[in-house]
Design a binder for this molecule. Structure first.
Ligand code: SAM
Length: 247
């Protein structure tokens, strides 16, 4: 593969040789005013589907511009079929979870409303923009979908066949392994999900229900109570090292 340009941009546009890609006002501002690129400069483009492409600046204006695709510089690299379910917390910490989950490699990010979730709504568009920025920054060619807030009880009732759920249970400390030995060898027909609770933890009813579900495995993240954002990164690290694409 050819050298990859350093400046990367996500575009919602098909990418192929000779393809012209029109820039939005924000994208033109970033490339031409912030990064000071001009005509003929190289930019790496990705759209989450077609890998990464080198593109050349054809027009550079104050409020717009266009690029022309040249060659593919990296293939599409999909993350493991892993969803991150987390209960939204304070704004900055929720942003952190979305950013880190994208960097660590997940297929989908699902904010969930639990019995003790602090937030009743989220700005899905803002969180999706954070995932895009994180993918631009980390060299990824895939952007996980960030869904709207979903109720955990409904999600569990409609749980897809074959998908396993790893439940980070602060009450499992001393009773469950970080990831049970069998987990790596169990059949994985439908992928995985990780569930992280809110600052207030899970209610007794939620914990009892989760523990009784056949597709759920409770895990411990050690003897200390971690903040939800720390717990998300810790659980994703364990998963990637044991079952994901770090092996
Ligand atoms: N309020 C809860 C308490 O005091 O027991 C703590 C909740 S913790 C801040 C937020 C979430 O992170 C938990 O619901 C759990 O999913 C995860 N978590 C934090 N520490 C953990 C640990 N040691 N083991 C497993 N999960 C943990």
């Amino acid at each position: 593969m050819s050298d990859r340009p350093k400046i990367r941009l996500y575009v919602d546009h098909a990418l192929q040789p000779g393809q012209t890609v029109a820039l939005s006002r924000e994208q033109a501002n970033y490339l031409f005013n912030v990064m000071r690129l001009g005509q003929g400069a190289e930019v790496a483009l990705f759209n989450g589907r077609d890998g990464e492409w080198r593109a050349i600046v054809a027009e550079a204006g104050k409020r717009g511009g266009s690029l022309v695709c040249d060659v593919q510089t990296a293939p599409l690299m999909l993350p493991p079929d892993l969803w991150l379910l987390f209960a939204p917390i304070k704004k900055a910490r929720t942003d952190f979870i979305v950013e880190k989950a994208t960097e660590m490699g997940v297929a989908r990010i699902i904010p969930v409303q639990t019995d003790f979730t602090n937030a009743e709504r989220i700005r899905q568009d803002r969180l999706q923009a954070h995932a895009i920025e994180a993918a631009e920054q980390c060299g990824g060619t895939f952007v996980p979908e960030v869904t709207d807030l979903q109720r955990l009880d409904r999600l569990l009732s409609d749980w897809p066949d074959g998908r396993r759920l790893i439940f980070a249970d602060e009450d499992a400390v001393g009773r469950a392994a970080p990831l049970p030995d069998g987990a790596a060898t169990d059949a994985l027909p439908g992928g995985w999900a990780i569930l992280i609770g809110p600052e207030g933890g899970f209610s007794t009813a939620e914990r009892d229900r989760l523990r009784a579900l056949p597709f759920v495995t409770a895990i411990s993240l050690g003897p200390r109570i971690l903040r939800a954002d720390t717990a998300a990164v810790a659980a994703l690290t364990l998963f990637q090292a044991r079952l994901g694409d770090w092996r």
